[in-house]
Design a protein around this ligand. Structure first.
Ligand code: SF4
Ligand code: MG
Length: 321
């Protein structure tokens, strides 16, 4: 099983500028060396507190924001080596759905035009074909062709996210980055949209990179979960393993924060993490989590733990078992 996407040592730094001359005085290391693969048909989730680099990773993958270092391989091809034409083609195969469907849809355009746009822009079909596809796609996401002439403000939040999903699907993508697609929706609507995403995954053979700030949100849709902290993956494993045998103290803390009944954690000591996330401009030396970790020892302040293990990997000098 070849990966659809391979992410190798991905880094994304943003310069910090100061003074009238805009001198670069440092860098925010938003993403600081990620390695992971995404396999066809799976849903892999990136989870962590805001500022841990998960959205930056998603954007770097779909190339809205090229990486500072490292590489992204799509179906074995390094995206940095592709010609403009090849890149354009591959870009249609990777789409992104944003948290806020309100801001990702142009308010002055009718829904029919918003959906037709990507296909027309890529000159991939005739006007009649596009119109037919728009009708079909609206039905597919639970709307109707009679919605075509309406504007985004005429829809509810959940409907707007359906429109965002329909728009992402217009180009028959292989991968969809879902950047917190339900966080802005009412709880009652969240499950509907998640179920829709699950159904569409089966119907169109989609691969999802799902981004969320908490583990609860991704439990039912993820095959695998990668937990991120300050620009790095600290633990990666199958969803069941992450929930039943979390190895990293930070993962355990994230799980403790959820009121979801978890029989495996019932007798486990609750781990409470105190303090704020340190600045990604100046991450702590050694293990980045040591300033907040209840188990930190002296080695943790000196030596950075590397991600190790087979199918369930963890970056910690004293992984929990
Ligand atoms: Fe905690 Fe040390 Fe493990 Fe880091 S390496 S998570 S500080 S025990
Ligand atoms: Mg984000």
């Amino acid at each position: 099983n070849e990966p659809l996407l391979e992410i190798k040592n991905l880094k994304k730094y943003y310069p910090i500028k100061k003074g009238v001359l805009s001198k670069t005085v440092g860098h925010v290391k938003a993403v600081d060396g990620l390695d992971f693969s995404i396999y066809p048909g799976e849903t892999i989730s990136l989870v962590g507190e805001s500022g841990c680099g998960k959205s930056t990773t998603g954007r770097a993958i779909v190339k809205l924001d090229p990486p500072t270092e490292g590489s992204v391989l799509f179906e074995g091809k390094d995206m940095a080596d592709l010609s403009k034409g090849e890149l354009r083609k591959i870009r249609t195969q990777m789409q992104i759905i944003f948290q806020d469907p309100y801001s990702s849809l142009n308010p002055r355009k009718r829904i029919g035009d918003l959906l037709a746009e990507p296909l027309l822009a890529h000159k991939l079909a005739s006007k009649e074909e596009v119109s037919k596809k728009v009708d079909q796609m609206l039905e597919t996401v639970g709307l109707t062709k009679f919605h075509k002439g309406r504007y985004p403000h005429e829809f509810s939040g959940g409907q707007r996210q359906r429109i965002g999903i329909a728009r992402a699907l217009m180009l028959n993508p292989k991968l969809i980055v879902c950047d917190e697609p339900v966080s802005a929706l009412d709880v009652s609507i969240q499950a509907q949209v998640l179920n829709l995403l699950k159904d569409l995954q089966k119907e169109f053979n989609l691969t999802y990179l799902f981004i969320a700030h908490g583990l609860g949100a991704v439990k039912y849709i993820s095959d695998r979960i990668a937990v991120m902290y300050l620009g790095k993956i600290v633990e990666l494993g199958k969803t069941a393993d992450i929930f039943s045998k979390p190895k990293h103290p930070y993962t355990q803390a994230l799980l403790s924060a959820y009121p979801i009944p978890n029989p495996h954690l019932r007798n486990r000591e609750r781990i409470v993490v105190e303090g704020d996330v340190p600045s990604p401009a100046n991450p702590p030396k050694g293990c980045r989590f040591h300033t907040r970790c209840p188990f930190a020892a002296s080695i943790c302040k000196e030596k950075e733990p590397v991600l190790s293990g087979d199918s369930h990997t963890v970056a910690c000098h004293f992984p929990l078992s």
